[in-house]
Design a protein around this ligand. Sequence first.
Ligand code: GLN
Length: 484
Amino acid sequence: MHQKTIKQLSSELTLKKISSVELTKEFLKRVRLYDSKINSFITIDEERALAEAKEADVLIKKGANTFLTGIPIAHKDIFCTKGIKTSCGSKMLDNFISPYDATIVKRLKEAGAVCIGKTNMDEFAMGSSNETSFYGPVHNPWNIENVPGGSSGGSAAAIAARLVCGATGSDTGGSIRQPAAFCGVTGIKPTYGRVSRYGMIAFASSLDQGGTLTQTVEDSALMLETISGFDKKDSTSLMAPVPNFSKEINTSWDKIRIGIPNNFFDSGLDSESSNLVMEAIKIIEKLGAKIINLDLKHIDLSVPSYYVVAPAEASSNLSRFDGVRYGYREKNTQNLNELYKLSRSKGFGDEVKRRIIIGTYVLSAGYYDAYYLQAQKVRKLISQSFVNAFKEVDIIIGPTTPTPAFKIGQKMDDPIQMYLNDIYTIGANLAGLPALSIPCGFSSGLPIGMQLIGPYLKEDLILKIGHHFQKETNWHTHLPAEFL
Ligand code: GLN
């Protein structure tokens, strides 16, 4: 059962070959059996999952089901879930039970998806390895000594180990695509504004975007069409119509121009990853695409500009965690200042504090022009180079990450090395573009991801090309040996 995709399981549910309660029990059994090896969940709610599965079975009986009705999924613990702990991977919110559902959660619930629990993540989504979580690191199912990537590492690992069929994630600088690549699964970050941010705990609001992690592109299309669309509760949500992605991906194409950025295949890219991505591009070329080499100007400045803009927004967003309204509160303090200071000192971990300090510094009077304003100008230049590139090509393809998953502990003492992991993914966030990562091979037993970046609102195009690629290859069907 667990080897099957959402699409396949959905048809078995509709044909009543299996019930959602049976399916949910099967996945819960796997979670019990395997999650202790990888630590992909922060909260597992069996009772609630079975109650939702029962409701789903009623809908299926009535013929009122969608493709997602009765399908076991999980939410990254950054999404508010009514009545269940929403920790954001932090001690600060270890005691927080959300009084409402995020829009993503609400839409998936309305579609009848069954939520098994909340997945582990880097604290406040700051990290590329899942090692900053208050709940301990997540282990990569392909080699449990390695990281799963981050910050949506719990969601990616849970899909790779087939503990759920689909999961939500959030991506501020690569947090869906990078763990998808490290764990050999499919991950999509939609266009900024395509999916509502309401109820998704804010990290850097101008970059954050919710999306999905699944086994296949087809399953991503099914989840994405469910969660996308305007939401009046998010002022940056786009009013654009949502295509029927799962239908669109099956249409054929006529002459697609694929841009290969020379600066994505630089000396920082591991040579085996480079070869695998190049071979994958050749497969797409054979399917009917023209390859065009291009230079994405200023893209080398994406990491430095991101590490000014993102911490600046984070320092502002995280000021709400002051020990007063909700979250961790230090007891026995003498005055208000001490309450703030001790609650924040003890509630936040080191990486979050580093970002708050950087962010506060770059926004302070005297430094604002030198750092923050400068970074915003660079951001604009990077966006413009994507706009220019899309005058010549339809989509851009390159690697998702410079290397396969590294060892747990390997980069924790070297933040710069850790930050450089997102060198190929951050550009799409700075420019607000949709981007997809799909598996395209293995290097020494570890998965490698290929990234497809599209113009604004062209999720349908990147999903279509990704889907046709998955019809030609089977990288997305492999399962790690210990989780068969
Ligand atoms: N790794 C990047 C960071 O730590 C991106 C994280 C994300 O996309 N949430 O900021």
